[in-house]
Design a protein around this ligand. Structure first.
Ligand code: NAD
Ligand code: MG
Length: 401
């Protein structure tokens, strides 16, 4: 967490720019904003390629500007928003414009490394960021956080585990932290045999028991790669050493993150599994805004259980933890290879087990070549990301996929 003066109090509407407004996080953010009438003002919304969905959210939130990443969608977006007075833009520059608009908080909710450039632009422009886009930190964590410190920008963690830890930390001295645990629900395959997991289809991987999310993060949650990416995210957000970070499988998804301190005390962040809760925390921070999220009823739930992750059945977590321990460019390589392999799995080109197998093989290939230097800046991280994607696709082509 970077030190900066307390954010703007909620005396006047807090101005928001939402990157990834049409996605799952975007929709939950919209619900929080609409549920807190008069508290927020949406200056910009940005999305990938769905003009109708972007126009809908732009109108619903009364945004001043709507930016779509896909240049060919400009006409469709302009048509959808004709007569509304909402300004329209398309392509990478329009996305950057949305990220840099005069706002008190930018919501980073684009999926994947596609979020790096616009989210980083927001940081460079000195905007505080509520970050859901974990791939941003896995791909370019070091230079991203360095720029945030340089600019006095606050990065508020929107990912539920990190948000829970942020709340559990309070104002504690970071030096007294002994350990941090991120919990994982275990996903849809938690109790499946290795053989069954090997034959899992995209439909089965997309059927998450506790969370409704976008497709990429849902597949990552089924393989537990998501938890590995989140450990790397935690390293950058909280500035703790890799060896202090750990994972606990907790099928009920009520306790999202825990911190233990030098005296043996443990604090934890809890809530029902609903992204509106961490989103509202980021949007309202340091105040609180009400949400319609279901209230936690522990007596009704009865028992909370915890177990160690099984690295045999979920090798993706081990591969990610290896990349975390190796540091350097390994997290960047891991992230890019994983994005390519998850897309190939969703396209039914490879099996579920092939995701971790191929990601590990790509990481090993780059390790042998000694390509492990930490990318010094975001451009270098994106250059590594690009090479790894090409190599990963070539690998799939070599496998006849
Ligand atoms: P999603 O797939 O539902 O939505 C992704 C958003 O990004 C959409 O608005 C889409 O239009 C936009 N987008 C995609 N490609 C783009 C591009 N090239 N340029 C610009 N915009 C692009 O994903 P999501 O579930 O909302 O997740 C978003 C991010 O938040 C991910 O990094 C994910 O890991 C993280 N996250 C999600 C959840 C959740 O509950 N959904 C929880 C924690 C963290
Ligand atoms: Mg999470």
């Amino acid at each position: 967490m970077t030190a900066s003066p307390a954010s703007v109090p909620l005396a006047r509407p807090r101005r928001l720019s939402i990157l990834g407004a049409t996605g799952s996080i975007g929709q939950s953010t919209e619900a929080v904003i609409l549920g807190a009438q008069g508290v927020f003002e949406t200056v910009a919304v940005a999305g990938g390629r769905d003009a109708a969905a972007l126009a809908r959210v732009a109108r619903s939130l009364g945004a001043k500007f709507a930016a779509i990443a896909e240049p060919s969608a400009y006409g469709a977006l302009k048509g959808e928003l004709a007569g509304t007075g909402i300004k329209v833009g398309a392509g990478p520059e329009a996305l950057k414009e949305a990220a840099c608009m005069e706002a008190d908080l930018v919501i980073g909710a684009i999926a994947g490394a596609a979020g790096v450039v616009p989210t980083y632009a927001a940081v460079e422009a000195g905007r505080d960021v509520a970050l859901a886009n974990k791939e941003c930190l896995v791909c370019a964590g070091e230079p991203f956080m360095r720029k945030a410190r340089e600019k006095g920008v606050r990065i508020l963690p929107m990912d539920s585990e990190h948000n829970a830890i942020f709340q559990a930390l309070g104002g504690e001295n970071p030096k007294r932290i002994e350990k941090m645990w991120l919990t994982a629900s275990g996903g849809p395959f938690r109790s499946w045999s290795a053989e069954r997991i090997a034959a899992a289809t995209p439909e089965q991987a997309l059927a998450h028991p506790n969370w409704a999310m976008g497709p990429k993060v849902t597949v990552d949650s089924a393989s537990l790669m998501n938890k590995g990416l989140e450990l790397i995210e935690a390293l950058h957000i909280f500035g703790v050493e890799a060896h202090k970070l750990d994972v606990l499988v907790h099928p009920q998804s009520i306790v999202h993150g825990l911190v233990s301190f030098a005296d043996g005390a443990v604090t934890a962040g809890m809530a029902v599994p609903d992204m509106k809760v961490p989103i509202a925390h980021c949007l309202g921070w340091p105040d609180r805004v009400p949400t319609a999220a279901r209230r936690l009823d522990l007596a009704e739930i009865g028992s909370l259980t915890f177990e160690k992750p099984d690295f045999e059945r979920f090798p993706a977590l081990r591969v990610a933890m290896d990349a975390l321990a190796a540091g350097g460019a390994m997290p960047t390589i891991l992230n890019a290879a994983n994005e390519v392999m998850v897309a190939a799995f969703l396209d039914r080109k490879i099996t579920f087990n092939d995701i971790a197998r191929n990601v590990e093989a790509v990481c090993e290939e780059f390790e042998k070549e000694g390509a492990a230097r930490t990318p010094p800046d975001v451009e270098s991280a994106l250059a590594v990301d690009h090479i790894v994607r090409e190599r990963s696709r070539a690998r799939l082509a070599g496998l006849g996929r």
